[in-house]
Design a protein around this ligand. Sequence first.
Ligand SMILES: Cc1cc2nc3c(=O)[nH]c(=O)nc-3n(C[C@H](O)[C@H](O)[C@H](O)COP(=O)(O)OP(=O)(O)OC[C@H]3O[C@@H](n4cnc5c(N)ncnc54)[C@H](O)[C@@H]3O)c2cc1C
Length: 392
Amino acid sequence: MQDFDVIIVGAGPAGCAAARVLAQANWHVGLFDKAEFPREKTCGDALIPDAHLALEKLGLGERVAQICHPTTALRLISFNGSEVSVRGKTSSMPRIRLDTLLLAAAQESGADFHAGYDFKSANEEADSNYTVAFATSQDEVLVRAPWVLMATGANVVPLEAVGLLERAEPSSFAVRQYVRNHRLAKYSDELVFIFDHTVKGGYGWVFPGPDGIFNIGIGYFGSSKKHSRIREDFERFIQCQPLVRDLMSDGEIVSPLKGAPIRTGLSGARFAEGGILATGECVGSTFPLTGEGIGKALETGIIAAESLLSHATQGRVMVATHYIAKMNALKPKYAAYRKVEILLCWPGLANLLVARASRSAYMRDRLGALFSEQVDPARLFKPHTWLKIFSL
Ligand SMILES: Cc1cc2nc3c(=O)[nH]c(=O)nc-3n(C[C@H](O)[C@H](O)[C@H](O)COP(=O)(O)OP(=O)(O)OC[C@H]3O[C@@H](n4cnc5c(N)ncnc54)[C@H](O)[C@@H]3O)c2cc1C
Protein backbone atom coordinates (compact mmCIF):
# COMPACT_ATOMS: atom_id res chain seq x y z
CA MET A 1 0.00 0.00 0.00
CA GLN A 2 1.38 3.44 -0.93
CA ASP A 3 1.86 5.95 1.93
CA PHE A 4 1.48 9.72 1.73
CA ASP A 5 1.65 12.61 4.19
CA VAL A 6 -1.76 13.74 2.91
CA ILE A 7 -4.32 12.33 0.50
CA ILE A 8 -6.27 14.97 -1.41
CA VAL A 9 -9.48 13.83 -3.08
CA GLY A 10 -10.52 16.04 -6.00
CA ALA A 11 -8.21 17.93 -8.37
CA GLY A 12 -10.34 21.00 -9.02
CA PRO A 13 -9.23 24.48 -7.89
CA ALA A 14 -9.56 23.66 -4.16
CA GLY A 15 -7.65 20.37 -4.31
CA CYS A 16 -4.93 21.66 -6.65
CA ALA A 17 -4.36 24.82 -4.59
CA ALA A 18 -3.96 22.76 -1.41
CA ALA A 19 -1.75 20.23 -3.21
CA ARG A 20 0.55 22.96 -4.53
CA VAL A 21 0.99 24.63 -1.13
CA LEU A 22 1.61 21.35 0.71
CA ALA A 23 3.92 19.91 -1.95
CA GLN A 24 5.93 23.14 -2.00
CA ALA A 25 6.51 22.56 1.73
CA ASN A 26 7.85 19.09 0.89
CA TRP A 27 4.82 17.15 2.03
CA HIS A 28 4.33 13.91 0.12
CA VAL A 29 0.98 14.68 -1.48
CA GLY A 30 -1.25 12.09 -3.14
CA LEU A 31 -3.78 13.92 -5.35
CA PHE A 32 -6.62 11.78 -6.69
CA ASP A 33 -9.52 12.50 -9.03
CA LYS A 34 -12.18 10.24 -10.48
CA ALA A 35 -11.98 12.04 -13.83
CA GLU A 36 -9.38 11.71 -16.57
CA PHE A 37 -7.68 15.03 -17.23
CA PRO A 38 -7.93 17.39 -19.00
CA ARG A 39 -11.59 17.41 -17.96
CA GLU A 40 -14.48 19.79 -18.50
CA LYS A 41 -16.12 21.39 -15.47
CA THR A 42 -19.46 23.05 -16.17
CA CYS A 43 -18.85 26.65 -15.13
CA GLY A 44 -19.27 30.28 -16.18
CA ASP A 45 -15.45 30.51 -16.32
CA ALA A 46 -15.29 33.99 -14.76
CA LEU A 47 -12.43 34.91 -12.46
CA ILE A 48 -13.36 37.67 -10.02
CA PRO A 49 -10.92 39.57 -7.77
CA ASP A 50 -10.69 36.87 -5.07
CA ALA A 51 -9.61 34.34 -7.71
CA HIS A 52 -6.87 36.66 -8.95
CA LEU A 53 -5.66 37.23 -5.38
CA ALA A 54 -5.49 33.48 -4.73
CA LEU A 55 -3.76 32.81 -8.05
CA GLU A 56 -1.15 35.45 -7.19
CA LYS A 57 -0.63 33.78 -3.83
CA LEU A 58 -0.03 30.48 -5.60
CA GLY A 59 2.49 32.18 -7.90
CA LEU A 60 0.27 31.62 -10.93
CA GLY A 61 -0.93 35.17 -11.70
CA GLU A 62 1.41 35.60 -14.68
CA ARG A 63 0.60 32.22 -16.19
CA VAL A 64 -3.13 32.84 -16.01
CA ALA A 65 -2.71 36.38 -17.41
CA GLN A 66 -1.09 34.91 -20.53
CA ILE A 67 -4.10 32.80 -21.48
CA CYS A 68 -7.18 34.42 -19.92
CA HIS A 69 -9.45 36.98 -21.56
CA PRO A 70 -9.02 40.12 -19.42
CA THR A 71 -12.14 42.07 -18.50
CA THR A 72 -12.33 45.43 -16.76
CA ALA A 73 -15.52 45.28 -14.75
CA LEU A 74 -18.68 43.51 -13.75
CA ARG A 75 -21.78 44.96 -15.41
CA LEU A 76 -25.14 44.42 -13.75
CA ILE A 77 -28.26 44.75 -15.93
CA SER A 78 -31.53 44.92 -14.04
CA PHE A 79 -35.03 43.79 -15.01
CA ASN A 80 -35.95 47.12 -16.64
CA GLY A 81 -32.69 47.42 -18.55
CA SER A 82 -31.00 49.87 -16.18
CA GLU A 83 -27.38 48.99 -15.71
CA VAL A 84 -24.26 49.73 -13.73
CA SER A 85 -20.59 48.73 -14.08
CA VAL A 86 -18.48 47.94 -11.05
CA ARG A 87 -14.74 47.93 -11.61
CA GLY A 88 -12.48 45.18 -10.32
CA LYS A 89 -9.79 42.79 -11.49
CA THR A 90 -11.73 40.24 -13.49
CA SER A 91 -11.14 37.90 -16.40
CA SER A 92 -12.39 34.72 -17.93
CA MET A 93 -10.94 31.49 -19.29
CA PRO A 94 -12.45 28.08 -20.01
CA ARG A 95 -12.25 25.79 -16.99
CA ILE A 96 -10.64 23.07 -19.04
CA ARG A 97 -7.64 25.39 -19.49
CA LEU A 98 -7.62 26.79 -15.95
CA ASP A 99 -7.89 23.38 -14.31
CA THR A 100 -5.18 21.94 -16.56
CA LEU A 101 -2.93 24.83 -15.52
CA LEU A 102 -3.72 24.33 -11.82
CA LEU A 103 -3.08 20.59 -11.99
CA ALA A 104 0.24 21.14 -13.78
CA ALA A 105 1.21 23.63 -11.06
CA ALA A 106 0.38 21.11 -8.32
CA GLN A 107 2.37 18.39 -10.08
CA GLU A 108 5.35 20.62 -10.79
CA SER A 109 5.47 21.37 -7.03
CA GLY A 110 5.72 17.63 -6.38
CA ALA A 111 2.13 16.38 -5.94
CA ASP A 112 1.68 12.79 -7.09
CA PHE A 113 -1.45 12.83 -9.27
CA HIS A 114 -3.68 9.84 -10.06
CA ALA A 115 -6.56 10.18 -12.54
CA GLY A 116 -9.48 7.78 -12.77
CA TYR A 117 -9.60 7.17 -9.00
CA ASP A 118 -13.14 7.26 -7.63
CA PHE A 119 -13.15 7.81 -3.85
CA LYS A 120 -15.06 5.19 -1.90
CA SER A 121 -14.10 5.34 1.79
CA ALA A 122 -11.59 6.49 4.40
CA ASN A 123 -11.17 4.22 7.42
CA GLU A 124 -9.14 5.12 10.44
CA GLU A 125 -6.63 2.48 11.54
CA ALA A 126 -5.30 1.83 15.05
CA ASP A 127 -2.12 3.80 14.25
CA SER A 128 -4.23 6.93 13.42
CA ASN A 129 -3.56 6.64 9.70
CA TYR A 130 -6.44 6.56 7.27
CA THR A 131 -6.72 3.82 4.70
CA VAL A 132 -8.42 5.36 1.72
CA ALA A 133 -10.13 3.19 -0.87
CA PHE A 134 -10.56 4.18 -4.52
CA ALA A 135 -12.30 2.31 -7.32
CA THR A 136 -10.40 2.40 -10.62
CA SER A 137 -11.31 0.88 -13.99
CA GLN A 138 -9.16 -2.14 -13.01
CA ASP A 139 -9.91 -2.80 -9.34
CA GLU A 140 -9.91 -1.25 -5.85
CA VAL A 141 -6.75 0.60 -4.76
CA LEU A 142 -5.87 1.31 -1.12
CA VAL A 143 -3.56 4.14 -0.04
CA ARG A 144 -2.67 5.47 3.40
CA ALA A 145 -2.01 8.83 5.10
CA PRO A 146 -2.50 10.51 8.50
CA TRP A 147 -4.47 13.34 6.82
CA VAL A 148 -7.23 13.34 4.21
CA LEU A 149 -8.46 16.47 2.45
CA MET A 150 -11.80 16.22 0.68
CA ALA A 151 -12.13 18.65 -2.27
CA THR A 152 -14.82 16.90 -4.26
CA GLY A 153 -16.92 19.90 -5.34
CA ALA A 154 -20.69 19.64 -5.57
CA ASN A 155 -20.63 15.81 -5.54
CA VAL A 156 -21.93 15.05 -2.07
CA VAL A 157 -21.41 11.27 -2.14
CA PRO A 158 -17.76 11.29 -0.95
CA LEU A 159 -18.53 13.80 1.79
CA GLU A 160 -21.38 11.64 3.04
CA ALA A 161 -19.04 8.64 3.07
CA VAL A 162 -16.70 10.43 5.51
CA GLY A 163 -19.55 11.68 7.70
CA LEU A 164 -19.08 15.41 7.04
CA LEU A 165 -22.21 16.03 4.97
CA GLU A 166 -25.01 17.98 6.65
CA ARG A 167 -27.18 18.87 3.63
CA ALA A 168 -27.27 16.88 0.39
CA GLU A 169 -29.51 19.25 -1.55
CA PRO A 170 -27.60 21.80 -3.66
CA SER A 171 -28.08 25.52 -2.99
CA SER A 172 -28.70 26.28 -6.63
CA PHE A 173 -28.42 24.95 -10.16
CA ALA A 174 -27.03 26.57 -13.31
CA VAL A 175 -26.56 25.83 -17.02
CA ARG A 176 -24.16 27.23 -19.57
CA GLN A 177 -23.39 27.14 -23.28
CA TYR A 178 -20.46 28.39 -25.38
CA VAL A 179 -21.22 30.65 -28.35
CA ARG A 180 -18.63 32.13 -30.74
CA ASN A 181 -19.21 35.67 -31.99
CA HIS A 182 -16.18 37.54 -33.31
CA ARG A 183 -18.24 40.66 -34.13
CA LEU A 184 -19.20 41.30 -30.51
CA ALA A 185 -15.96 39.99 -29.02
CA LYS A 186 -14.22 43.22 -30.08
CA TYR A 187 -16.44 45.28 -27.78
CA SER A 188 -16.76 42.90 -24.87
CA ASP A 189 -14.57 43.60 -21.92
CA GLU A 190 -17.04 43.19 -19.04
CA LEU A 191 -18.53 40.23 -17.20
CA VAL A 192 -22.26 40.83 -17.59
CA PHE A 193 -24.78 39.65 -15.00
CA ILE A 194 -28.41 39.99 -16.03
CA PHE A 195 -31.57 40.03 -13.95
CA ASP A 196 -34.40 39.24 -16.31
CA HIS A 197 -38.06 38.19 -16.07
CA THR A 198 -37.31 35.06 -18.11
CA VAL A 199 -35.23 33.77 -15.18
CA LYS A 200 -37.49 34.26 -12.17
CA GLY A 201 -35.65 33.73 -8.88
CA GLY A 202 -32.31 33.65 -10.59
CA TYR A 203 -29.96 35.44 -12.96
CA GLY A 204 -28.28 35.12 -16.31
CA TRP A 205 -24.78 35.92 -17.50
CA VAL A 206 -22.73 36.66 -20.59
CA PHE A 207 -19.00 36.29 -20.04
CA PRO A 208 -16.64 36.96 -22.94
CA GLY A 209 -13.76 34.51 -23.12
CA PRO A 210 -10.67 33.92 -25.27
CA ASP A 211 -10.97 33.32 -29.06
CA GLY A 212 -14.26 35.21 -29.41
CA ILE A 213 -16.14 32.59 -27.42
CA PHE A 214 -18.80 33.70 -24.93
CA ASN A 215 -20.00 31.69 -21.97
CA ILE A 216 -23.76 32.27 -21.66
CA GLY A 217 -25.79 30.82 -18.82
CA ILE A 218 -28.55 31.08 -16.29
CA GLY A 219 -28.70 29.98 -12.68
CA TYR A 220 -31.27 29.85 -9.94
CA PHE A 221 -31.08 30.69 -6.29
CA GLY A 222 -32.51 27.76 -4.37
CA SER A 223 -32.78 24.05 -4.93
CA SER A 224 -32.59 22.46 -8.38
CA LYS A 225 -35.88 20.67 -7.68
CA LYS A 226 -37.75 23.96 -8.06
CA HIS A 227 -36.31 24.53 -11.53
CA SER A 228 -36.98 21.49 -13.64
CA ARG A 229 -37.68 23.68 -16.69
CA ILE A 230 -34.27 25.32 -16.79
CA ARG A 231 -33.61 24.37 -20.44
CA GLU A 232 -36.85 26.05 -21.56
CA ASP A 233 -36.00 29.08 -19.42
CA PHE A 234 -32.56 29.25 -21.04
CA GLU A 235 -34.19 29.24 -24.51
CA ARG A 236 -36.50 32.09 -23.47
CA PHE A 237 -33.56 33.97 -21.97
CA ILE A 238 -31.52 33.84 -25.18
CA GLN A 239 -34.54 34.81 -27.30
CA CYS A 240 -35.83 37.66 -25.13
CA GLN A 241 -32.82 39.36 -23.51
CA PRO A 242 -31.63 42.05 -25.99
CA LEU A 243 -27.88 41.61 -25.40
CA VAL A 244 -28.08 37.83 -25.70
CA ARG A 245 -30.42 37.98 -28.69
CA ASP A 246 -27.90 40.15 -30.50
CA LEU A 247 -25.09 37.77 -29.61
CA MET A 248 -27.04 34.75 -30.83
CA SER A 249 -28.21 36.45 -34.05
CA ASP A 250 -24.92 35.76 -35.84
CA GLY A 251 -23.24 33.67 -33.14
CA GLU A 252 -22.23 30.05 -33.60
CA ILE A 253 -23.15 27.59 -30.82
CA VAL A 254 -20.00 25.62 -30.09
CA SER A 255 -21.05 23.42 -27.18
CA PRO A 256 -24.12 21.64 -25.85
CA LEU A 257 -26.03 23.24 -22.97
CA LYS A 258 -24.69 21.75 -19.76
CA GLY A 259 -25.84 22.11 -16.17
CA ALA A 260 -24.51 21.41 -12.70
CA PRO A 261 -25.51 21.92 -9.07
CA ILE A 262 -23.88 24.58 -6.91
CA ARG A 263 -23.25 24.55 -3.16
CA THR A 264 -23.11 28.04 -1.67
CA GLY A 265 -23.08 29.94 1.60
CA LEU A 266 -20.26 28.11 3.35
CA SER A 267 -22.85 25.75 4.73
CA GLY A 268 -24.13 22.21 4.27
CA ALA A 269 -21.10 20.36 5.61
CA ARG A 270 -18.72 20.28 8.55
CA PHE A 271 -15.21 21.51 7.85
CA ALA A 272 -13.28 18.85 9.79
CA GLU A 273 -13.51 15.65 11.78
CA GLY A 274 -10.47 13.83 13.17
CA GLY A 275 -7.76 13.91 10.52
CA ILE A 276 -10.21 14.61 7.69
CA LEU A 277 -10.72 18.18 6.42
CA ALA A 278 -13.12 19.32 3.70
CA THR A 279 -12.57 22.32 1.48
CA GLY A 280 -13.89 24.15 -1.59
CA GLU A 281 -17.37 23.77 -2.99
CA CYS A 282 -18.08 20.57 -1.04
CA VAL A 283 -18.36 22.79 2.06
CA GLY A 284 -20.35 25.43 0.17
CA SER A 285 -17.48 27.79 -0.65
CA THR A 286 -19.23 29.22 -3.73
CA PHE A 287 -20.80 32.65 -3.26
CA PRO A 288 -24.59 33.04 -3.14
CA LEU A 289 -25.97 35.63 -5.61
CA THR A 290 -23.30 35.27 -8.31
CA GLY A 291 -22.42 31.57 -8.08
CA GLU A 292 -18.76 32.58 -8.29
CA GLY A 293 -16.69 29.94 -6.55
CA ILE A 294 -13.30 29.46 -8.20
CA GLY A 295 -11.66 32.13 -6.05
CA LYS A 296 -13.01 30.86 -2.76
CA ALA A 297 -12.28 27.23 -3.75
CA LEU A 298 -8.64 28.24 -4.28
CA GLU A 299 -8.61 30.32 -1.10
CA THR A 300 -10.16 27.67 1.14
CA GLY A 301 -7.81 25.06 -0.34
CA ILE A 302 -4.89 27.30 0.60
CA ILE A 303 -6.34 27.82 4.10
CA ALA A 304 -6.67 24.05 4.62
CA ALA A 305 -3.09 23.52 3.49
CA GLU A 306 -1.79 26.31 5.71
CA SER A 307 -3.69 24.90 8.71
CA LEU A 308 -1.97 21.57 8.16
CA LEU A 309 1.43 23.17 7.71
CA SER A 310 1.20 25.35 10.79
CA HIS A 311 -0.50 22.92 13.21
CA ALA A 312 -0.05 19.29 12.12
CA THR A 313 2.74 18.71 14.62
CA GLN A 314 0.37 19.78 17.41
CA GLY A 315 -2.26 17.21 16.48
CA ARG A 316 -5.67 16.93 14.88
CA VAL A 317 -7.60 19.09 17.32
CA MET A 318 -5.25 22.03 16.78
CA VAL A 319 -5.42 21.67 12.98
CA ALA A 320 -9.23 21.47 13.04
CA THR A 321 -9.56 24.40 15.46
CA HIS A 322 -7.30 26.61 13.33
CA TYR A 323 -8.97 25.60 10.08
CA ILE A 324 -12.53 26.04 11.39
CA ALA A 325 -11.69 29.48 12.82
CA LYS A 326 -10.22 30.62 9.48
CA MET A 327 -13.24 29.31 7.58
CA ASN A 328 -15.70 30.92 9.99
CA ALA A 329 -13.91 34.24 9.50
CA LEU A 330 -15.06 34.15 5.86
CA LYS A 331 -18.73 33.82 6.77
CA PRO A 332 -19.63 37.56 6.86
CA LYS A 333 -18.75 37.80 3.15
CA TYR A 334 -21.19 35.00 2.37
CA ALA A 335 -23.86 36.61 4.53
CA ALA A 336 -23.44 39.88 2.60
CA TYR A 337 -23.79 38.16 -0.79
CA ARG A 338 -26.86 36.29 0.50
CA LYS A 339 -28.50 39.55 1.62
CA VAL A 340 -27.91 41.13 -1.79
CA GLU A 341 -29.28 37.94 -3.40
CA ILE A 342 -32.52 38.36 -1.45
CA LEU A 343 -32.77 42.09 -2.30
CA LEU A 344 -32.21 41.57 -6.02
CA CYS A 345 -34.99 38.96 -6.22
CA TRP A 346 -37.44 41.87 -5.98
CA PRO A 347 -37.51 43.40 -9.49
CA GLY A 348 -38.67 46.84 -8.27
CA LEU A 349 -35.94 47.02 -5.66
CA ALA A 350 -33.31 45.68 -8.05
CA ASN A 351 -34.26 48.33 -10.64
CA LEU A 352 -34.11 51.07 -8.01
CA LEU A 353 -30.75 49.98 -6.59
CA VAL A 354 -29.12 49.54 -10.01
CA ALA A 355 -30.44 52.90 -11.21
CA ARG A 356 -29.15 54.63 -8.05
CA ALA A 357 -25.79 52.90 -8.31
CA SER A 358 -25.42 53.97 -11.94
CA ARG A 359 -25.84 57.61 -10.83
CA SER A 360 -23.82 57.39 -7.63
CA ALA A 361 -20.04 57.21 -7.58
CA TYR A 362 -20.29 56.47 -3.83
CA MET A 363 -22.42 53.36 -4.40
CA ARG A 364 -20.26 52.12 -7.26
CA ASP A 365 -17.22 52.62 -5.10
CA ARG A 366 -18.80 50.65 -2.18
CA LEU A 367 -19.91 47.83 -4.49
CA GLY A 368 -16.46 47.72 -6.06
CA ALA A 369 -14.89 47.54 -2.61
CA LEU A 370 -17.18 44.66 -1.64
CA PHE A 371 -16.49 42.87 -4.90
CA SER A 372 -12.71 43.33 -4.47
CA GLU A 373 -12.90 42.31 -0.80
CA GLN A 374 -11.50 45.63 0.42
CA VAL A 375 -14.32 46.45 2.80
CA ASP A 376 -15.96 44.74 5.76
CA PRO A 377 -19.23 43.52 4.18
CA ALA A 378 -21.11 44.00 7.45
CA ARG A 379 -20.61 47.79 7.07
CA LEU A 380 -22.62 47.80 3.87
CA PHE A 381 -25.75 46.81 5.74
CA LYS A 382 -25.52 49.42 8.49
CA PRO A 383 -28.48 51.88 8.56
CA HIS A 384 -26.25 54.90 7.79
CA THR A 385 -25.09 53.28 4.52
CA TRP A 386 -28.71 52.81 3.41
CA LEU A 387 -29.63 56.31 4.51
CA LYS A 388 -26.81 57.61 2.39
CA ILE A 389 -27.89 55.49 -0.59
CA PHE A 390 -31.52 56.64 -0.44
CA SER A 391 -30.67 60.28 0.16
CA LEU A 392 -28.47 60.45 -2.95
C1 LIG B 1 -23.02 26.49 -14.43
C2 LIG B 1 -22.03 27.00 -13.39
C3 LIG B 1 -21.43 28.23 -13.61
C4 LIG B 1 -20.46 28.68 -12.69
N1 LIG B 1 -19.82 29.84 -12.98
C5 LIG B 1 -18.79 30.24 -12.23
C6 LIG B 1 -18.02 31.36 -12.61
O1 LIG B 1 -18.23 31.99 -13.64
N2 LIG B 1 -16.99 31.73 -11.80
C7 LIG B 1 -16.70 31.06 -10.66
O2 LIG B 1 -15.79 31.48 -9.94
N3 LIG B 1 -17.41 29.97 -10.28
C8 LIG B 1 -18.42 29.53 -11.05
N4 LIG B 1 -19.12 28.40 -10.71
C9 LIG B 1 -18.74 27.68 -9.48
C10 LIG B 1 -17.45 26.89 -9.68
O3 LIG B 1 -17.60 26.01 -10.77
C11 LIG B 1 -17.11 26.11 -8.40
O4 LIG B 1 -17.20 27.00 -7.30
C12 LIG B 1 -15.70 25.52 -8.42
O5 LIG B 1 -15.54 24.62 -9.48
C13 LIG B 1 -15.42 24.80 -7.10
O6 LIG B 1 -14.12 24.25 -7.14
P1 LIG B 1 -13.80 22.92 -6.31
O7 LIG B 1 -12.36 22.63 -6.51
O8 LIG B 1 -14.31 23.05 -4.93
O9 LIG B 1 -14.68 21.78 -6.99
P2 LIG B 1 -14.65 21.23 -8.50
O10 LIG B 1 -14.09 22.22 -9.42
O11 LIG B 1 -16.01 20.69 -8.76
O12 LIG B 1 -13.63 20.01 -8.40
C14 LIG B 1 -13.96 18.85 -7.69
C15 LIG B 1 -13.17 17.68 -8.25
O13 LIG B 1 -13.47 16.54 -7.44
C16 LIG B 1 -13.56 15.42 -8.27
N5 LIG B 1 -14.38 14.39 -7.61
C17 LIG B 1 -15.71 14.45 -7.31
N6 LIG B 1 -16.10 13.28 -6.75
C18 LIG B 1 -15.00 12.51 -6.67
C19 LIG B 1 -14.76 11.18 -6.19
N7 LIG B 1 -15.75 10.39 -5.71
N8 LIG B 1 -13.50 10.68 -6.24
C20 LIG B 1 -12.49 11.42 -6.76
N9 LIG B 1 -12.66 12.67 -7.25
C21 LIG B 1 -13.90 13.21 -7.20
C22 LIG B 1 -14.22 15.94 -9.55
O14 LIG B 1 -13.96 15.09 -10.67
C23 LIG B 1 -13.56 17.32 -9.69
O15 LIG B 1 -12.41 17.29 -10.50
C24 LIG B 1 -20.12 27.91 -11.55
C25 LIG B 1 -20.76 26.68 -11.34
C26 LIG B 1 -21.71 26.23 -12.25
C27 LIG B 1 -22.35 24.89 -12.01
